[in-house]
Design a protein around this ligand. Structure first.
Ligand SMILES: [Zn+2]
Length: 98
């Protein structure tokens, strides 16, 4: 391991509400492809975090679309359209033309 005493994190960070991005400048802990990063911006950690976040987003999107589907079905049901019709209509490719 190289000496990282005077090294600073090279990560570029954007702060909410600020136009310009700036460097992190935290004390560097890890070296990655010649660049130094602090514990927060360790590329391996960042990639892992991003993956976890993407997984969470995908799950949230799935839940949201399921909720939306149910809500739409409920609303149409309240308008007097039976869910059986919605389900059968949904399974037909392209829907039916009146
Ligand atoms: Zn950093």
């Amino acid at each position: 391991m190289k000496d990282n005493k005077d090294k600073r994190c090279m990560a570029i960070v954007c702060h909410a509400g600020e136009f310009l991005a700036s460097s992190c400048m935290n004390k560097a802990k890890v070296e990655f492809e010649g660049n130094w990063y602090c514990g927060i911006h360790d590329p391996v950690k960042v990639a892992k975090k991003l993956k976890a976040r993407q997984k969470k987003w995908a799950e949230e999107a799935r839940v949201a679309s399921e909720r939306w589907r149910r809500r739409t079905a409920e609303e149409l049901f309240c308008q007097g359209i039976p869910t059986e019709y919605l389900e059968s209509n949904k399974s037909e490719s392209g829907g039916r033309n009146a």
